[in-house]
Design a protein around this ligand. Sequence first.
Ligand code: AMP
Ligand code: GLY
Length: 420
Amino acid sequence: MNILILGSGGREHALAWAVMQNPKCDRLVVAPGNAGIAQIAECAALNAEDGGAVATFAEENAIDFVIVGPEAPLAAGVADRLREAGLLVFGPSEAAARLEASKSFTKEICDAAKAPTAGYGHFTDAEAAKAHVRANGAPIVVKADGLAAGKGVIVAMDEQTALDAIDDMFGGAFGGAGAEVVIEEFMEGEEASLFVLCDGEEILSIGTAQDHKRVGEGDTGPNTGGMGAYSPAPVLSAEIEAKALEEIVKPTMRVMAERGMPYQGVLYAGLMIKDGEPRLVEYNVRFGDPECQVLMMRLGAQALDLMQAAAEGRLSEARVNWADDHAITVVMAANGYPGDYQKGTEIKGLAALPEDSMNMVFHAGTKAEGDKILATGGRVLNVTARGDSLQEARDRAYAMVDQIDWPEGFVRRDIGWRAL
Ligand code: AMP
Ligand code: GLY
C-alpha cells in the first residue's frame, strides 16, 4: 500500500512512525514533512491545503490511502477533493469538519444531540454579547466562532475581561474567526481528551490522554499548543469513558449522519469531568498534537489498520489490542515560546538516542542542514517514551531530554504531575 500523510508536525511524525511499522505499508510519503520525518519516510514539498495539487500528486505517485493530519486542510475541503478523485481518505469532509471550524455549529449539533455541554449564547453583534455577559456575570468563557489557531478562547474570571474580549473579537483581533462569538457558561472540573475513530456510522474508542496547555510548571503562565501529554488519562475511567461515548459522541455522530454530513476520521472530544459526569468542552476533527504522539506510541502498527477500517467503513470489524501500558511525551520548545523565540539554533545529541518501541523523539519544528538539525519552530521536539507505569515512561522520557544538547530550548519538568 502506498500512503500519503499530510502535515509537518510532531503529530505527523508519530503517525508516520506507526504507519511505517505496519508491513502493509510499501511506500510512505509525508507532505510537507520535517527533518525528523525525512529520516524515516520520503517528504514531498506540497501545499497540504491545496486539494487539487494533493490529488494530482496522489495520482502521479499511485497513492492508495491519504491520511490528513491537521485541521486546516480538512476545513478547506481537501478530503472532499481527494474523495472526488476516487482516493481513499482518512479525515472528515469540509461540512463535517465544522465540528472544529465553527463553535456555534458544534453547540447547535450538541443541542440536537442532547449532549451535555456548557450553556451558551451565539452573537453576531457586540452589544448583545455584552448584555449577555452582564446578565450572567463572571466567570464566563468568550470564544471566537471560527478557527483561530487555538487562541480564540478567553476564559474570563471577571466581567471586564469578558467585555474586553468581545471588543477584541468584533474588532477583528482574530480576523474572520471573530465575526461571530459564542459565550459559554464556565465549567469546573478536570479536563481530559477522548479519541474516537468514526466511519460515518460506527465508532471505536482508541484511547484517552491529558495534555498540559500552560507554558509553566504547575500549569501556570500563558497558553501554548501543548507542552506535553500522557495516555491513558486516569480521570477518564472506563465508566466515564462509556458515559461520554453514549451521551456525547454517539448522539453527535447520529445527528451528523441525519443531517447528511456523516463524520469519518478521528474525533477528538475535549471533556470536562466533574463528580463522575463528563461534559463536552470542544471537538477537534483531527488527532491532538502532542496527544497523537502518546497514542501512536501505544498503538504502534495497528494504527494504520484502524485508520484504514474507518476510511473504508469497516469499523464494526475493527478491534484495538491494548497493552496495559502508559506513554508520555515532553515537548522541547525554543526559549521564549509562546512569545518570540530565535530560529535556526542547532540541536545536538539526537543521533545517540534510542529509537525503538519504547523511546522516540518526534520532530515538530526542525530542518536539516547538512548533518545538523536546526530548530525552526516554537515547539520543536516531542520526547516520547512508553513504560509499564507512567512513572517509568516519564523517567525514560526525561532521561532522553537530559541527553539532548540544546541550550536555546526548554522543557517543563512536571509533565504528568496530575496523574502521579
Ligand atoms: P477550546 O479551544 O474550546 O478547547 O478551549 C480552550 C480551553 O479553554 C479548554 O481546553 C478549556 O481549558 C478552556 N475552556 C473552554 N471552554 C470552557 C468552558 N465552557 N468552561 C471552562 N473552561 C473552558
Ligand atoms: N494539544 C491540543 C490540540 O491538539 O488541540
